[in-house]
Design a binder for this molecule. Structure first.
Ligand code: AMP
Length: 362
């Protein structure tokens, strides 16, 4: 991977994408005296409301991309579905972190699982499929009747996946994906879903936040508990996996590693998010240096900050109508309220989050 490092810290950061992750990175940047410019196809976006400047154009608009690149010292992104070609083009103009190789790996489930396995991080058993018959052949080979199939690209929050419980489900499940290629995964009987957020700077220093426990509703993250209430051996193993991943990728930036803890205490990786992660929002209020500040620091050529927490935390996502619950927390002393400024409430839409703090005992 060839990355051009910064020889002096960036003063203006460009972020591709205008969602809440970009917004919270822009807020963290402002605290460090760094300006943020947002590039996003939407006229109004949560990040653009708090940025110094916004560029509204399509991700393949080279003229607009060039103008954006000219206005900043360094470029990053806040979601993984930015076209790799966009990042590769921008990289000819300004340094971009994390590297496009990571983006490419994380955008495609075959390369993601292959990379994890190649560096010795276990995943569910998996196989490639380009038709329903491939799923049948795989299940026959595995001597199994159930599995999960997922589109290789653009899946998120449980979208683009189907569960197969018996062989007769295969054709319907395949058609429901409306895809030309998919990954077949064995069904993991997991006890917990956890994640680890890791940050690494251009000087090669890596810091991981404590692993956290994630609860989902309708496939969308609903609650994160930090730290995950698991034994130290499991927590260490999870952290070490994320650190190893960051080092093998030569990461400059922040990434989230989503993991399953199985019934028999194995940790296996599910997915890499090449960016800040919803399960790391609690770090804004419970750590001196949040995942967003570490995103800004690492991509802007500053040293990564310590990831210790001063409080335990529970983060509750406000999804759709949940946003009305804010009223209940306005007078609660340990509740930190974050709203993303989205004008319209929609079902399944992340409107904000609440972090409940419990200070660590001395
Ligand atoms: P993903 O889109 O890969 O993040 O998957 C969304 C959710 O589906 C995960 O958070 C799990 O709850 C579930 N899931 C994904 N892969 C598997 C698997 N191989 N076995 C069991 N459940 C899974």
């Amino acid at each position: 991977m060839s990355q051009t490092f910064l020889n002096k810290p960036a003063r203006t950061l460009g972020i591709l994408g205008g969602g809440q992750l970009g917004r919270m990175s822009a807020l963290a940047a402002a605290r460090l005296g760094i300006k943020t410019h947002i590039f996003c196809p939407d006229q109004e976006s949560p990040a653009s409301y708090v940025a110094a400047r916004s560029f509204v154009a399509a991700y393949d608009d080279q003229a607009a991309l060039a103008e954006f690149a000219q206005s900043v010292d360094v470029i990053s992104y806040e979601f993984e579905n930015i076209p790799v070609e966009t990042v590769r083009y921008l990289k000819t103009l300004k340094p971009v972190f994390p590297d496009d190789d990571l983006l490419e790996i994380a955008q495609h489930r075959w390369s993601e699982k292959q990379f994890l396995n190649d560096i010795g991080i276990p995943t569910a058993q998996w196989s490639k499929a380009i038709c329903a018959d491939d799923v049948r052949v795989t299940l026959h080979k595995w001597d199994a009747t159930s599995c999960i199939i997922k589109t290789t690209r653009l899946g998120y929050d449980g979208k683009g996946q189907a569960r197969i419980e018996t062989l007769s489900d295969i054709d319907t499940a395949w058609s429901s994906l409306k895809t030309e290629e998919a990954i077949v995964e064995s069904l993991v009987s997991f006890k917990h879903e956890i994640s680890v957020i890791v940050a690494r700077d251009q000087f090669g220093k890596t810091e991981a936040y404590c692993p956290v426990l994630n609860d989902h509703k309708n496939h969308i993250l609903s609650k994160t508990t930090a730290p995950a209430p698991l034994n130290n051996a499991l927590l260490n193993e999870a952290s070490q996996m994320a650190v190893k991943l960051a080092e093998k990728l030569d990461l400059v930036g922040v990434l989230g590693l989503e993991l399953f803890v199985t019934e028999d205490g194995q940790i296996i990786a599910n997915e890499i998010a090449p960016r800040t992660h919803n399960s790391g929002h609690w770090t804004i209020d419970a750590c001196a240096v949040s995942q967003f500040e570490n995103h800004v620091r690492t991509v802007c050529g500053l040293p990564v900050g310590k990831t210790n927490r001063h409080c335990d935390a529970v983060m509750l996502n406000l999804i759709g109508d949940d946003v009305a619950l804010v009223e209940d927390y306005l007078t609660q002393a340990n509740a930190c309220i974050h709203l993303y400024g989205k004008p319209e409430i929609r079902a399944g839409r992340k409107m904000g989050h609440i972090t409940l703090l419990t200070p660590l005992k001395k």
